[in-house]
Write a protein that binds this ligand. Sequence first.
Ligand code: SAM
Length: 235
Amino acid sequence: MSTTPSAAPRILSTRDGYDLWAEIYDTEQNPLILLEEPEVKRHLGDVRGLAVADVGCGTGRHAVRLAAERAHVTALDFSEGMIGRAKAKATVGDISFVVHDIATPLPLADRSMDRVINCLVLDHVPTARLEALFRELGRICKRDGFIVVSVMHPAMMLRGVQARFTDPKTGQETRPESSPNVISDYVMGALGAGLRVLHLSEHAVGDELASSVPRAAKYLGWPVLFMMKLAPGDT
Ligand SMILES: C[S@@+](CC[C@H](N)C(=O)[O-])C[C@H]1O[C@@H](n2cnc3c(N)ncnc32)[C@H](O)[C@@H]1O
């Protein structure tokens, strides 16, 4: 098999792309994740005894930690490859996994979750479907609960960057299909779904990250992460 990288990235369906990426996803030092993780932790705070849904859980980066911190976690994803990795890591706590396409209604009861997280997923959700997904996140969230969303900042697309990895077998840049959503799509999607906005923030690569992670240096000062904290509305 050839190991010579070809110039044109290969675009796969989002599900097929992540099934393939799953093999190496946890081995990469991803600057976006390094910026995002402390933000999600800070917003969630103490989760002991809380019901948490991780919608688009991937390899369980958040879900596995939250279960270890004694949350009752339900983790959903449509990639068998990604969720398989998460299952293998989930050795402690109360965590259940559901293979599910979040383009369809979530298989969770109304107002059943204290916390809902949706991390680094929305750049794969077509713009026209954002509002319906936000509506689902709001439906499963308890009235006194909240929702934490993180997503790759749309400004990354101006640098030609989308979710991508190098296929270790072929050396080819491979991209699970993404949607060119912009900040207003996310904000209007959430508002259109009747959610309340509690917090919005945009995060750029700072000096510390740029000097410690070679991949991050070229994004010094550039926004790479967008965060939202949302709550169910009055209706
Ligand atoms: C970049 S990964 C992030 C995973 C995890 N939330 C994290 O932050 O580490 C994006 C995940 O979203 C999942 N995903 C994308 N579109 C989806 C859909 N329509 N239904 C379910 N999962 C989806 C992918 O399979 C992948 O695991």
